[in-house]
Design a protein around this ligand. Structure first.
Ligand code: 6PG
Length: 472
């Protein structure tokens, strides 16, 4: 009987659910998927590889009854209420010890709540981040599991089998307690937003220097071949060559500049504020998507305020190399801010996130995968407790080698009136972080002056208040 049962069940056979399940089947696991939509259930079976054991059903009861015990069930449904609805319908069908995995982009606070309510009901629940899109799900995603460690042991062989591999190592690892998996995925997405924003700014700057789409393709292709290799640069290079059937132009030139978002970048920014960890490049990326939506107002403002019409000053070849360095520099700031969030959240939310493992998992399969993560992984393996990547010597050496050109790019962007808020935020973060004495002593004086909020002194311990004298 046990042999005719299935080893893994999936709820939600959209693009991600179907492809993940087919990936499992390709690795020899017998799998069953449920979706209310008959077409989706059928599509699962019809797209299965020959010789694999895959079944699609339209009844949740049927799926649950055909799973080996303890049952292993993953759901890939939209975040929010749909996850709670699925859990409610699963409750009467499950038995104590069964394992339920939420593989969607759920907010980590929702996951924390569900971990505790599912535990009270006797079930194991895990929040697991999955990155890599449609292609990644089928051929090897990056997987970020967190939560119930006992449950993880039951799904580890499957997740390791289906994940991307880098140097033979799977891009999946246990990432900590509670909602750690979804927390790490949220930060991944925040970094994703920030790097995408920086690449888009580099595109604007290179366009201002006169590069056409073919040249842009060539530049990003070359950048992607060296130390800056990354998935996002790879797809960027491709994008400039894509033709549009409808207009006959390059597709990128007919796409509206209003960017959408599902909210995970905003969550990262909100959480960074709550956590008290600066994530300014991520904040800026979120804000730039927001400002992109104000198209009508921007059109009006463009009539009111003229562009400075000052060309970028460096000659083209030099400028391209400056932008290249600035992009690498600012990208490091994005990762540093995201990693600093993980470092602090690990303690603040009692998640015990193993930082080197998080970086290891991000090296392949996910949207932010890049050669840089290999450097960070090596650095963190040697010194896992570093609170900020910028304090690591190997990282500092790269940053220092790119600093001069980053300043050159920011200056030219400012003079030419080109929007480069991400680059500016990255440089400002760096300058503040590396400054031993910030001017915030004056802020403390102001707070004490108007609100008696007290201040600390540099020459003796304790809190002080002064009756400030009015001189003007
Ligand atoms: C991934 C992506 C994925 C999704 C983003 C898009 O890791 O595979 O991050 O989760 O494509 O959430 O987010 P926005 O729609 O907010 O840009």
């Amino acid at each position: 009987m046990a042999n005719s049962l299935y080893e893994f069940g999936m709820i939600g056979l959209g693009v991600m659910g179907r492809n993940l399940l087919l990936n499992m089947a390709d690795h020899g696991f017998a799998v069953i998927g449920f979706d209310k939509d008959t077409e989706k259930a059928q599509a699962l079976e019809s797209s299965a590889s020959a010789g694999t054991r895959v079944k699609g059903v339209v009844s949740l009861e049927e799926m649950i009854s055909q799973l080996q015990k303890p049952r292993r069930v993953m759901m890939l449904v939209p975040a929010g209420k749909p996850v709670d609805d699925v859990l409610a319908s699963l409750h009467p069908l499950l038995e104590p010890g069964d394992i339920v995995i939420d593989g969607g982009n759920s907010h980590f606070t929702d996951t924390l709540r569900r971990v505790s309510s599912m535990k009270d009901a006797g079930f194991h629940f895990m929040g697991v981040g999955v990155s890599g899109g449609e292609q990644g799900a089928r051929t090897g995603p990056s997987i970020m599991p967190g939560g119930d460690k006992e449950a993880y042991a039951h799904v580890k062989p499957m997740l390791e089998a289906i994940s991307a591999k880098v140097n033979g190592e799977p891009c999946v690892a246990y990432l900590g307690k509670g909602a750690a998996g979804h927390y790490v995925k949220m930060v991944h997405n925040g970094i994703e937003y920030a790097i995408m924003q920086l690449i888009s700014e580099s595109y604007r700057l290179l366009k201002a220097a006169g590069l056409n789409n073919d040249q842009l393709h060539q530049v990003y292709k070359e950048w992607n071949e060296g130390e800056m290799q990354s998935f996002l640069l790879e797809i960027t290079a491709d994008i400039f060559l894509q033709n549009d059937d409808k207009s006959g132009q390059r597709l990128v030139d007919v796409i509206s500049d209003k960017a959408g978002s599902k909210g995970t970048g905003k969550w990262t920014s909100q959480e960074a504020m709550d956590l008290g960890v600066p994530a300014t490049v991520i904040d800026t990326a979120v804000a730039m998507r927001t400002i992109s939506a104000f198209k009508d107002e921007r059109v009006e403002a463009a009539k009111v305020y003229e562009e400075p019409k000052i060309p970028v000053s460096a000659e083209t070849k030099l400028f391209i190399s400056q932008v290249k360095d600035a992009l690498q520099f600012a990208t490091i700031m994005c990762y540093a801010q995201g990693m600093a969030m993980l470092y602090n959240a690990s303690t603040a939310h009692q998640m015990d996130i193993p930082l080197p493992e998080a970086v290891k998992v991000w090296r392949g399969g996910c949207i932010i995968r890049s050669a840089l993560l290999g450097t960070f992984y090596a650095a963190l393996k040697q010194a896992p407790e570093v609170p900020n990547l910028l304090l690591n010597k190997a990282v500092a050496d790269i940053v220092k080698s790119k600093e001069h050109n980053t300043r050159a790019v920011v200056v030219q962007a400012a003079q030419a009136g080109l929007p480069a808020a991400g680059f500016m935020a990255a440089l400002s973060y760096f300058d503040a972080y590396r400054t031993e004495k910030l001017p915030t002593n004056l802020v403390q004086a102001q707070r004490d002056y108007f609100g008696a909020h007290t201040y600390q002194r540099i020459d003796m311990p304790g809190s002080f208040h002064t009756s400030w004298q009015h001189h003007s």
